[in-house]
Design a binder for this molecule. Structure first.
Ligand code: PLP
Length: 550
């Protein structure tokens, strides 16, 4: 059987290597898939399975065509919905290239599907090299185009896969104008992740421009296989002739309609913004990796890296269950790394030796020695354990432990002080050392929140407000009846918060009321811990001040 198939098959089909898509098993849960430029967030759709699949779908669903054409700013007859943008590439090649006669042009290195479908169709593939920085070289591109007499289609990917380079719209239009007898296909699969202006509206107006779009990347619908080609109505009419009778599965149409519902737009935009922010963060961090030579932060939902030792890195990623795409044909040591969720990205950073350093950055040790006390403190804001506190004053230990426990960080603090006099020096100096350690651990205070708040404890009621502003200001309102709790003098509580404000460089306002001094004191420390927990939480990469520094 197979020999008959092999005998009858078109030789150009047998000559083709299988389409290069990497591994695609979905069985194991632990794999981090950063190899296919998918959106890491599952689609915002739920009701896709409700569709009636006993019926054939509309070949070009009217509602979906209308929504997609308005999304891309064109009329419904200026767009054909395809099974992903890949299918649109195939349609174009089949519609325009005669086997053995016609040719396409690509700007290498780029997305491999253009050449793949051309080879399958028996069309020639001409190459124009990108510059050494992977930018489109207009001169070289036009020269290659003019050298090919039977050129039908010229593909340009912007932002380019795998390098990420955006091609300015003006440059693309210049090329379209210089080649009036060639169809210029601009693949905008990643444009949502870039700052580029789409050429969709231009494509609808021009004779020789086609724009490709997809819901796979920006809308997290890679599995639904929905894309589009956009051009003038005549061009679209030709492409529709090459479609099979019912190209789009009903389930995919439904999934696309749900995903594109107006109410979901804002969440999709937010996801895109988060992926872009993560891309910038990753680019920054990866630049510090000794295993990475260059990082290209282009316009896609991915980065293009050139790494030092690709085989070693491939083994390491493999062991860790992290999938990325090695792109040696694009550049020596080339790796295309899809931006995943922050947790997935952290796993990549750790694999590249730049994961733990940031956590190290929120750790500090302070040693403080005077004639009255000797203190050592270590805090780690990114770990919740261990907590080991020994000030020599058990009640105070308990209070500081509350701060760390409720603050959610590790605190090791020990003090050897002149308790034979009384607790005053130890308590105050511990607060100063603790505050200094916190200040040091916070570093430039990048990505931290400024404000915290408060809590009740039985009848007692404590409010704590923190601004990690860098400007010390302690305010304490409250009174205690007893002079001591154990060997802890109650009057020290206001001192402690003032010392913390000074050494931490923060405004700390504490207000407490109630009956029981133990409750009141404990409520203050707990509330301070809770407020601190919020204030020190990393919420982004930016310093939370309009001044740009704290
Ligand atoms: C992913 C990708 C596509 C294909 O997207 P689908 O719509 O999923 O087929 C097209 N072009 C480029 C450059 C891509 O990277």
């Amino acid at each position: 059987m197979s020999s008959l198939a092999l005998r009858l098959a078109r030789p150009e089909l047998l000559a083709l290597p299988p389409f290069d898509i990497g591994t695609r098993d979905t069985g194991t849960g632990d794999i981090i898939s950063l190899d296919a430029n998918e959106n890491p967030f599952p689609p915002l759709s739920s009701s896709a399975l409700d569709a009636g699949i006993n019926r054939y779908p509309e070949p070009q669903p009217v509602r979906l065509c209308r929504i997609m054409s308005s999304l891309y700013g064109v009329a419904p007859d200026q767009l054909v919905v395809t099974r992903g943008a890949d299918d649109a590439i195939d349609l174009l090649v089949r519609a325009f290239c005669r086997a053995g006669e016609d040719a396409i042009l690509v700007a290498a290195p780029t997305f491999s599907a253009y050449a793949h479908f051309a080879h399958l169709q028996g069309a020639r593939v001409a190459n124009a090299q990108l510059t050494k920085d992977f930018d489109l070289d207009t001169g070289a591109f036009l020269e290659a185009a003019r050298a090919e007499p039977a050129l039908k289609l010229a593909f340009i990917c912007s932002p380019n896969n795998p390098t990420g380079n955006p091609v300015p719209p003006a440059q693309l239009l210049e090329i379209a104008e210089a080649l009036p007898n060639t169809i210029i296909v601009v693949d905008e699969a990643y444009i949502e992740f870039s700052e580029l202006r789409s050429l969709a509206e231009e494509a609808a107006k021009r004779a020789n421009l086609v724009v490709l779009r997809t819901l796979s990347k920006a809308y997290g619908l890679a599995g639904a296989r929905i894309g589009a080609a956009i051009s003038n109505a005549e061009m679209i009419g030709v492409l529709r002739r090459a479609l099979p009778p019912y190209p789009l599965p009903t389930l995919s149409i439904e999934a696309a309609l749900v995903a594109l519902a107006p109410a979901r737009r804002a969440v999709h935009q937010d996801r895109i913004d988060r992926i872009k922010a993560e891309r910038a963060r990753m680019a920054d961090r990866l630049a510090a990796s000794p295993l990475v030579r260059t990082v290209r932060n282009g316009g896609g939902n991915f980065l293009f890296l050139e790494v030092e030792d690709a085989p070693a890195l491939a083994r390491r990623f493999d062991q860790l269950g992290i999938r990325v795409r090695f792109r040696e044909t694009a550049a020596a040591g080339g790796v295309r790394l899809t931006i995943g969720t922050p947790e997935e990205n952290e796993a990549v950073l750790a694999a590249l030796g730049v994961g733990i350093t940031c956590v190290e950055g929120r750790r500090a040790e302070v040693a403080r020695d005077t004639r009255e006390t000797s203190i050592a403190v270590a805090v780690d804001l990114d770990r919740s354990a261990p907590r080991r506190i020994a000030t020599g004053i058990p009640f105070y230990d308990h209070m500081l432990d509350q701060v760390a426990a409720h603050g959610g960080f590790s605190l090791i603090l020990s003090c050897d002080g002149d308790l034979d006099i009384d607790g005053h020096h130890s308590i105050e100096d511990c607060a100063i050392a603790f505050g200094s350690a916190l200040a040091r651990a916070l570093g430039k205070r990048q990505g931290i929140g400024r404000f915290g708040f408060a809590l009740p404890m039985d009848e007692a009621d404590a409010h704590v407000l923190i601004d990690l502003s860098g400007r010390p200001c302690g305010v304490f309102e409250g009174r205690f009846e007893a002079s001591h709790i154990g060997n802890y003098p109650t009057e020290m509580t206001s001192h402690v918060f003032r010392s913390l404000a000074e050494s931490l460089g923060a405004a700390i306002h504490v207000r407490v009321s109630g009956q029981n001094d133990h409750h009141k004191t404990e409520a203050c420390f707990k509330a301070f811990g809770r407020a601190l927990r919020q204030a020190i939480r990393v919420e982004g990469g930016d310093v939370p001040s309009t001044k740009g520094m704290l």
